[in-house]
Design a protein around this ligand. Structure first.
Ligand SMILES: *Cc1c(COP(=O)(O)O)cnc(C)c1O
Length: 321
């Protein structure tokens, strides 16, 4: 295996818990949850695992500033800003939207970490990101571009090794189900399954992308990431399991399905989901259980990817109850 720069700061391994009360309430298969909402960095979440590799790469290249982009309530931007603060790096965030009158939730936290924020409309995001990068150089900085969602081969390594961690925990699951969007989490898990010997199914619930788009993105990214492990694997689109049946309302739109999922996890397990990602993925999981998609004797592991600060975002306050 190649030598891969990594800084260990996540709280790992994350715990795996049973969900007996939810299981009973849904008359479902055996349910487990892996707590990547508890990775330790600034309320945690899946981006922390990616950042162990991304920040290490930035530091190896002597970067002094992290630059990335995301939505107004981006968990990725919040964790990137926190990592920058922790390692004494500057941070510029290109956020899509207009600055709200009052910052809440993830945006409020971005500000606490001292991130510089640039507001743009969606169509100008990539250009603004490039401009921010060039401007940093012009000002004598050494910027490092963290990709959207942390999803490039460097970031995806975080989830290849997360799968190694899971296999090492010695707990069996027939299915791993989770929220999938920019694809780095799923690419890492798919690659890690092949390399570290997980033989169950890795099912991404698409948050905002059509099935074929996400399958193709994940297959490509998993294949590219395999090179980093010296593995040269070639994943095909049709090998990647994506269910996009729950993505229709669009990114960040909280409907009755997400609200019910959030309430069921809270009421039966004292577990918090988030309105954008895990709420939608859990809504999909619950629907699949109700439809009898899983066999009664199967074990389903819901891989919790975090995101709970968004529960406190202003735009969701009236929609959660
Ligand atoms: C970013 C994010 C995801 C999606 O992960 P990808 O690697 O972008 O597919 C899922 N859940 C939460 C809470 C996230 O912040």
């Amino acid at each position: 295996m190649n030598i891969i720069p990594r800084i260990h700061f996540a709280h790992l391994p994350t715990a795996i818990e049973t969900m007996p009360r939810l299981e009973e309430a849904l008359h479902g298969p055996h349910l487990l949850v892996k707590r990547d909402d508890q990775t330790g960095l600034a309320f945690g979440g899946n981006k922390t695992r990616k950042l162990e590799f991304l920040v290490a790469e930035a530091q190896a290249g002597a970067a002094d500033t992290l630059i990335t982009a995301g939505a107004l309530q981006s968990n990725h931007c919040r964790q990137t800003a926190a990592a920058a603060a922790k390692f004494g790096l500057g941070c510029t965030l290109v956020l899509v939207g207009e600055p709200p009158a009052q910052a809440s939730a993830n945006l409020l936290l971005d500000q606490q970490f001292g991130a510089k924020i640039i507001w743009v409309e969606k169509s100008l995001r990539d250009m603004a990101l490039k401009q921010a990068f060039e401007q940093a150089i012009a000002q004598g900085h050494r910027p490092y571009l963290v990709p959207y969602g942390g999803s490039n081969p460097t970031g995806a390594l975080g989830y290849a090794f997360a799968m190694q961690e899971f296999v090492g925990q010695g707990i069996k699951a027939d299915w791993i189900v989770f929220a999938s969007s920019s694809g780095g989490t799923q690419a890492g898990l798919v690659l890690g399954a092949a390399v570290f010997g997980y033989t169950g199914k890795v099912l991404g619930i698409s948050v905002d992308e059509p099935q074929a788009v996400l399958q193709e993105r994940v297959a490509k990214l998993a294949s590219e990431t395999s090179e980093r492990l010296g593995a040269h694997l070639n994943f095909k689109q049709e090998e990647v399991l994506v269910n996009a049946d729950y993505s229709a309302p669009g990114y960040g739109v909280l409907t009755g399905a997400e609200r019910e999922a959030i309430q069921l996890f809270a009421k039966y397990e004292g577990l918090l989901l988030d309105p954008v990602y895990t709420g939608r993925a859990a809504a999909g999981l619950i629907d699949l259980i109700r439809k009898g998609f899983f066999k009664p004797d199967e074990t389903i592991l819901f891989w919790h990817t975090g995101g709970q600060p968004a529960l406190f975002a202003e735009q969701y306050q009236s929609k959660l109850v």
